[in-house]
Design a binder for this molecule. Structure first.
Ligand SMILES: *Cc1c(COP(=O)(O)O)cnc(C)c1O
Length: 326
């Protein structure tokens, strides 16, 4: 059976021209800094995001964990919303790798109010950990691919500056925000010290993420990538897919957003599905089914009809749109 798989935009597969770019990639040993395709991708991504440097890493999780590591010291505290990938889905990485603790703040929409951030920042006191980093996620995955407004981020930057705190953006789907909000990647990245981005979500590359920042931060990121075992060799084969994705698939994300909206409007007509259409801003659709049905039953009925969807906890269902979904 041919399934329509809406579980995640990580189910994208490389297209024939992307595979061709991979086959033709000029490669070298990237641990020695000698893979020309990786260098090209890093320079291209740094340029796109308006940062001095970028580092290619195997996954978004590693990019985020390196982002935490290079902006903190052991024993620090980082401010993060309770549904952020860094806190919710990265297996406790901040406490294992950077040995920092997370001050997680529950929000209704993934946007931590300024007052909550100010309230969470620690003063100078021997009893307290040092607050050294604020992490924001754009788009926000667990809140349904929602866009974080640029003026909000700029406001948080002012607060961070007043307290000498760094900022990291989990931009796994920053591209979707840029397309939907009409904000350039560089504008969105500017308020942050470091930004991580994924090539393996809606952009359609099979593997790969990047962390970007100043030359100094990325030099430190390179060390952390080595520590974490993320140094790869002739990885230009994969970098070529990422470069192809950024150069060719980026503008196609608009189609995924349209498809998500159409799907959302269609299912909203069903009397037993509840959905907030205002929340459908990019390529992710969250909706709720009656608790009496339950996600397992719902998913198995969908599967019988050829549709794969994912539960997001409770009676919340997620459908994600990407290149291979027409
Ligand atoms: C997917 C994702 C990541 C992590 O990427 P992996 O490559 O799966 O490790 C990080 N943050 C967000 C918001 C994501 O959706």
């Amino acid at each position: 059976m041919n399934y329509i798989d809406l579980r995640s935009d990580t189910f994208t597969v490389p297209t024939p021209p992307m595979l061709e770019a991979m086959c033709k990639a000029v490669v070298g040993d990237d641990v020695w800094g000698e893979d020309p395709t990786v260098i090209e991708l890093q320079e291209f991504a740094a340029g796109l995001l308006g940062k001095e440097a970028a580092l290619f890493v195997p996954s978004g999780t590693m990019a985020n964990q390196i982002g935490v590591a290079i902006n903190t010291k052991t024993g620090d505290e980082i401010i993060v919303d309770a549904d952020a990938h860094i806190f919710y889905y990265e297996a406790g990485g901040p406490s294992i790798i950077s040995r920092v603790q997370c001050r997680s703040i529950k929000t209704s929409d993934g946007i931590i109010p300024e007052s909550s951030i100010i309230g969470a920042i620690r003063g100078l006191d021997v009893h307290f950990p040092r607050t050294s980093l604020i992490c924001l996620e754009n788009t926000h995955n667990r809140h349904g691919g929602t866009i974080i407004p640029l003026d909000y981020i700029q406001g948080i930057r002012k607060i961070a500056d007043e307290h000498n705190i760094a900022m990291h953006c989990d931009g796994a789907r920053l591209w979707n925000s840029c397309i939907a909000a009409g904000v350039s990647p560089a504008e969105y990245a500017a308020p942050f010290d470091t930004v991580s981005v994924c090539l393996s979500k809606g952009l359609g590359a099979p593997i790969g993420s990047l962390i970007t920042g100043t030359k100094e931060k990325i030099a430190s990121a390179l060390r952390w990538r080595k520590v974490l075992g993320g140094g790869m060799r002739q990885v230009g084969i994969i970098a070529a897919a990422g470069l192809y994705a950024l150069q060719n698939n980026y503008s196609l994300l608009v189609q995924d957003h349209e498809n998500a909206k159409k799907f959302a409007e269609y299912i909203a007509e069903s009397e037993f599905i509840s959905i907030d259409l205002n929340n459908v801003q990019t390529n992710i659709v969250l909706f709720h089914i009656p608790e009496t049905i339950g996600i397992d039953k719902f998913a198995s009925v969908c599967l019988e009809k050829g549709l794969k969807i994912a539960g997001m906890g409770g009676s919340t269902v997620r459908a994600v749109f990407y290149y291979q979904i027409s």
